[in-house]
Design a protein. Sequence first.
Length: 151
Amino acid sequence: KLEKVWLMIGVMTLIAFLSTVGYQAFASGHAPPSDLTKLDPEKVEETPPFDEPGLHQIGDNEYELIMVLQSFGFTPNKVEIPQGATVKFIVTSVDVVHGFEIAGTRVNMMVTPGHVNSMTYKFNEKGEYLILCNEYCGIGHHMMSAELEVK
Ligand code: CUA
């Protein structure tokens, strides 16, 4: 008998949880980029935030860098940020699986079409950083790179 009560509580909790999640998804129809995890790879260019790739300041020396990966390049492929900047990289691919690695940092992501991946990193040191594709994606794979300059 007591088990039934616990089971009911469990079910109720689950329902409450699911409806909260469902409501939040609905309520934020204009979902912030951080909550965006899936998208139609064919509509990347018209799906925020990827309709405006590039660097966007979101706070005091805090940025979001929206990047689109496509064989065999990054858009944008040259970015400058100030020293000490915290950058949230928000990336997706429009075609095949690519990699997003910033040499000399712990930033390393797999970039899959239909998915949004993100990672945040603080650049304390000045210098030129190389962004590389580290997933074999075709004959131009070895040329696929971008530059990030911390000045
Ligand atoms: Cu893109 Cu390798």
